[in-house]
Ligand binder design. Structure first.
Ligand code: AMP
Length: 441
C-alpha cells in the first residue's frame, strides 16, 4: 500500500516523501478515503498511530483548490504542545503547497497570533481558551471554516474544555466537515460526537490498549529508592531518549534536579514553567541536548518526539487511560519502544487493572547489582508516593478487530526475555536506523 492510492496533489506527495513516509499507517488507510470524500469521521485512535497526518493530508488536499488567505480549516487541540506539534506536522507535510497554518493558544502574547491571522492563513491550530478570546475580540473570523478537527477530544473533556468546545461550535458554519479524534470514548464525548457529527464514518485503531509495539516492564521498588533506581536503570539501558513521568510539578522538578546534579543531561517540563523554558525543554529534548525529560502528565500531553525510546513511569499514573496516553509517547508509528513502570507495594491493585486492559501479565524485572535493601532515611515521608488511583477508573473497552500481540518475539506471560547487551536491559536494535531514515523534523 502506498500513498499513491489517495491521488493527492503532487505538492502534498512531496511533503510525504520529504518526511520519509513510505506506506500509510492503519488509521491513515482507514480514515483518509472517507475524509477525502468530505465525510464526517469519528476516529478512535491514540497518539502514535499517525492520526495527525490522517487528517492533515486530506485537509491540505481540500485547500489546494478554493480561496487562499481565508481561514478554512480549524483544528482544536487540548494543549499548546499538541497544537505546536500539529502545526509543525502541517508545515512539514504542506511545505510545497504554500498553504499557511497559524497557532492560537494561551500563555503567550496574543499580538503575534493576531498578526499572523491578519496576514491570512488557511489553517488555524488552536486551544479552546485563546481561540474564544480572539473570537470575542473579533480577531479571528471563523465564518468560512469548512473543516473542523477536534483532536484528543477525551483529553479536552478531562481538562474541562467541553463547554468551550460547545461555544466554538456556535461560531462555525453549520455546513462543514467535522472530524473528531479520541483515544477513548467516555459518555460525554460520545454525546458530543452525536450532537456535532453528521452520519460519521467510525474508524477504530488499537483503542483501549497501548500501542502494541511497546513492551512493558514493571520495576518493583520502595518509594525512597526510586530516584537511585531511575539513574541506574538509565545508565544500564541502551536508551535514545527517555521521557520520565512524575506525579506532581514538585516531584518533577526534584527528580530532574537530582539527576542534573548527578550529571545526567536532563530537563523538566511542568505547568509552572514560562513558555520560554517549556520551549527550551521541548526543543532541547527533541534535538538531543537533553536525553532525558522529566514531565507531568499534562505538560507532556502531545509531545511528539519521534525518537523516544523509553518511557519511564517514575510514579504510577492515576488512571489506566493516563497509562495508555503516557506510553503512547514511545513505540510511535510502529517503532519499538519500552515502557518501564516503577511500582511500590501500594500500586499493586492498580497494576492488575493495567494488565486487564493489556490482556496480558506485565513482566516484573529487577536490576542486578542495584541495592534494593538500602533503608529509608529516618523520618522520611513521601506524600507524592501515595497512589491516588481513582475507584472505578474508566477501562477502555476492548474493541473488536484489535488483539494485543505478544511482544518481544512472543515472550509468554511473565517469562523472562532474552537479556540485552548489559545486565537488566534489552537492546533496541534497528531503532537508530529507523530514526536516521525517517527523521521528521
Ligand atoms: P501521530 O499519531 O500523528 O502523533 O504520529 C506519530 C508519529 O508517526 C509522528 O512522528 C509521525 O511523523 C509519524 N508518522 C505518521 N504517519 C506515518 C507514516 N505513514 N509512516 C511513518 N511514520 C509516520
Amino acid at each position: 500500500m502506498s500513498f499513491k492510492q489517495f491521488n493527492l496533489h503532487t505538492q502534498i506527495e512531496k511533503g510525504i516523501e520529504a518526511l520519509g513516509y513510505t506506506a500509510p499507517t492503519p488509521i491513515q488507510l482507514q480514515s483518509m478515503p472517507a475524509i477525502l470524500q468530505g465525510k464526517d469521521v469519528m476516529g478512535m485512535a491514540q497518539t502514535g498511530t499517525g492520526k495527525t497526518a490522517a487528517f492533515a493530508l486530506p485537509i491540505l488536499q481540500r485547500l489546494m483548490s478554493g480561496p487562499r488567505k481565508t481561514l478554512r480549516a480549524l483544528i482544536v487541540a487540548p494543549t499548546r504542545e499538541l497544537a505546536e506539534q500539529i502545526h509543525e506536522a502541517i508545515g512539514d507535510l504542506g511545505r510545497a503547497t504554500k498553504l499557511k497554518s497559524v497557532t492560537v493558544y494561551g500563555g503567550v502574547n496574543k499580538n503575534p497570533q493576531i498578526r499572523a491571522l491578519s496576514q491570512g492563513a488557511e489553517i488555524a491550530v488552536a486551544c479552546p481558551g485563546r481561540l474564544l478570546d480572539l473570537a470575542d475580540q473579533g480577531e479571528i473570523d471563523l465564518s468560512h471554516v469548512e473543516v473542523l478537527v477536534l483532536d484528543e477530544a477525551d483529553r479536552m473533556f478531562d481538562m474541562g474544555f467541553l463547554p468551550d468546545i460547545r461555544k466554538i461550535m456556535k461560531l462555525l458554519p453549520t455546513k462543514r466537515q467535522t472530524l473528531l479524534f479520541s483515544a477513548t470514548m467516555p459518555d460525554d464525548i460520545r454525546k458530543l460526537a452525536k450532537d456535532i457529527l453528521h452520519d460519521p464514518v467510525t474508524v477504530r485503531i488499537g483503542t483501549g490498549a497501548p500501542v502494541s509495539t511497546v513492551s512493558h516492564a514493571l520495576y518493583p521498588v520502595e518509594p525512597h529508592l526510586k530516584t537511585a533506581l531511575l539513574m541506574k536503570l538509565i545508565e544500564r539501558t541502551d536508551t535514545e531518549s527517555v521521557l520520565v513521568f512524575a506525579r506532581t510539578k514538585h516531584r518533577t522538578t526534584r527528580v530532574a534536579d537530582q539527576m542534573k546534579r548527578a550529571g545526567f543531561p536532563v530537563a523538566s517540563l511542568q505547568g509552572n514553567l514560562s513558555q520560554n523554558r517549556r520551549q527550551d525543554a521541548l526543543s532541547g529534548f527533541r534535538e538531543g541536548k537533553y536525553q532525558i525529560l522529566v514531565a507531568t502528565d499534562i505538560a507532556a500531553r502531545g509531545i511528539d518526539v519521534s525518537g523516544i525510546s523509553h518511557v519511564i513511569n517514575y510514579d504510577m499514573p492515576d488512571t489506566v487511560d493516563a497509562y495508555t496516553h503516557r506510553i503512547g509517547r514511545t513505540g510511535r508509528a510502529a517503532k519499538t519502544g519500552d515502557a518501564f513502570t516503577f511500582v511500590t507495594s501500594q500500586d499493586r491493585a492498580f497494576v492488575g487493572d493495567i494488565e486487564h486492559v493489556l490482556g496480558e501479565r506485565i513482566e516484573r524485572r529487577t536490576l542486578t547489582d542495584f541495592d534494593y535493601n538500602v533503608p529509608a532515611p529516618s523520618g522520611s515521608s513521601d506524600a507524592g508516593d501515595r497512589p491516588r488511583h481513582s475507584v472505578g477508573q474508566r477501562r477502555p473497552a476492548r474493541l473488536s478487530g484489535y488483539a494485543p500481540v505478544k511482544r518481544g518475539g512472543g515472550s509468554a506471560q511473565g517469562a523472562p526475555r532474552p537479556s540485552g547487551r548489559r545486565s537488566g536491559t534489552r537492546s533496541l536494535e534497528g531503532f537508530s536506523a529507523f530514526r536516521s531514515s525517517s527523521k521528521t523534523r
